[in-house]
Design a protein around this ligand. Sequence first.
Ligand code: FES
Ligand code: FES
Length: 127
Amino acid sequence: MAYSEKVIDHYENPRNVGAFDKNDPTVATGMVGAPACGDVMRLQLKINDDGVIEDAKFKTYGCGSAIASSSLVTEWVKGKSIDEATTITNTDIAQELALPPVKIHCSILAEDAIKAAVNDYKSKQNS
Ligand code: FES
Ligand code: FES
């Protein structure tokens, strides 16, 4: 199966790979796995006092589409509020990357990772 040019670009030049200190109170971590294939994605968001995402990093153990989806998402969430970030859907990601149907679950992983990170942030705020 051929990957789209955008997938190849993100796969060969992934943006924002890495990690923040998960004990930093301004860092939210979302870790999700895809039951379909066993791939794992970790997305971290650095969130300021106004609830705006200042920076994002990811580490994905998975296929090219999963890496591209998470790379794309780190670019999209920067400068967004956490509420805006949770409106990003897997459909947006799949369209941008022109993912074929069998790779849709890779984009779902990225959507779920955003939601997991935001939930982590909210639970840290309440603790
Ligand atoms: Fe093997 Fe996603 S199915 S990397
Ligand atoms: Fe499973 Fe891409 S995340 S094949």
